[in-house]
Write a protein that binds this ligand. Structure first.
Ligand code: ATP
Length: 355
């Protein structure tokens, strides 16, 4: 029963053929087509300079696209100024007024919209309860920690009840512990409000934890859109695979039916999607002691072992190259550095893709 009065209709977002360049050479967005569903936690993920912030600023109305269409909640908003869009933004730099109290910061946007004082107070009290701000509301911003400020910035964006909330790397200034705590809190808030969140990050782990779906961007172009598992387990090209943290990519030099000749040796795949690379996810591998012959059995030597309690990470030398393997610690064979091992590769876990 915590949904209260804060709940609002969420909006879907449609982008078509968005182009944006700065000056003559800097292409920030190079033809972006995207549909974000109402109520979705949607993440724009990519390296520095890929166009994430530009895309977010166009959604907010802070930047104008050179070309393309933008629809929010079924309305064409390309010519609608920022304050007339039902969209709010949380920035990495909190953009709060340091000498004002939390309460005054939260009420500021409502006051600008001409909301009467009594109603403002009620809204602020509601959001303070919702985000569990407790007695922070009477403190000044400059008396708060980084994590507390970030929660106030979130509360201030939510108090105006936008249909869409845009978040530009809101957690990246925080240390790891606080960051994962706020990730959980942010996700909980989004699920309870049912609001559409568009979240920008360059951190693939954060994107996987938070998102219903992720769009991976590079060079102003969308590389792949999908649920975290799709993007991690079935990356559509080598850029996405590497960005999601994969190192085990190997050249395919020939193919005969489902049999691939690769730089690691012969590998059978269940489904060959074409492309001149094969991806082996490290956690899909099994290690057996010694030299065992069989289909999709590779032979190598343990070069490195990082024991992490719940699992161990191995670097193997084989076929003149290296292979990463992750083995969970559940009665599995845990070889030592220098051991000769057989690596079992499951055909259904192999993905073929292009550069
Ligand atoms: P970061 O993670 O570093 O913030 P980003 O993915 O958000 O990067 P954008 O800020 O959208 O990337 O920038 C995309 C491209 O457009 C970059 O090449 C950038 O240098 C360029 N760019 C962005 N804003 C401007 C501007 N105001 N003037 C000139 N070039 C710009």
């Amino acid at each position: 029963g915590e949904q209260s009065h804060l709940q609002r209709g969420a909006s879907s977002i449609t982008l078509q053929g968005l182009h944006k360049r700065f000056g003559r050479d800097a292409v920030a967005l190079d033809g972006v087509d995207l549909t974000i569903e109402a109520g979705e936690f949607f993440t724009l993920l990519g390296p520095s300079g890929c166009g994430k912030t530009t895309l977010l600023r166009i959604l907010a109305g802070l930047e104008e696209a050179d070309e393309g269409q933008l629809n929010i909640g079924g309305k064409d908003v390309i010519d609608v100024p920022p304050h007339h869009r039902s969209v709010n933004t949380v920035f990495q730099s909190y953009a709060l007024f340091p000498h004002l109290s939390v309460r005054e910061n939260l009420a500021f946007g409502l006051k600008m919209r001409g909301m009467p004082a009594a109603q403002r107070e009620q809204k602020v009290a509601e959001i303070a309860q919702f985000i569990k701000l407790g007695d922070l509301v009477d403190r000044r911003i400059d008396q708060l920690s980084g994590g507390q400020r970030q929660r106030i910035a979130l509360a201030r964006a939510l108090v105006c009840e936008p249909d869409v909330l845009l978040l530009d790397e809101p957690l990246s200034a925080l240390d790891a512990g606080l960051r994962s705590q706020l990730q959980v809190e942010l996700l909980r808030v989004q699920k309870r409000l049912g609001m559409t969140f568009v979240f920008v990050t360059h951190d693939q782990d954060e994107a996987m934890v938070m998102s219903d779906r992720i769009a991976v961007l590079n060079g102003g172009k969308i590389q792949q859109v999908g649920a975290p598992r799709e993007v991690y387990e079935r990356p559509s090209n080598a850029f996405v695979a590497r960005f999601m943290g994969h190192d085990n990519l190997y050249r395919v030099t020939a193919r005969n039916g489902n049999r691939l000749t690769t730089e690691l040796g012969e590998l059978e795949v269940e489904q060959d999607g074409g492309g001149d690379l094969v991806l082996i996810r490290p956690e899909t591998l099994d290690l057996k002691p010694g030299h065992v012959e069989g289909v999709n059995h590779l032979h190598g030597r343990i070069a490195e072992r990082l024991y992490r309690g719940s699992h161990a990470e191995f670097r193997l030398e084989l076929a003149g190259t290296t292979l990463q393997a992750v083995v969970n610690n559940r009665g599995k064979h845990m070889p030592d550095v220098g051991d000769e091992v057989t690596v079992l590769v499951a055909p259904e876990d192999l993905v073929t893709l292009s550069e």
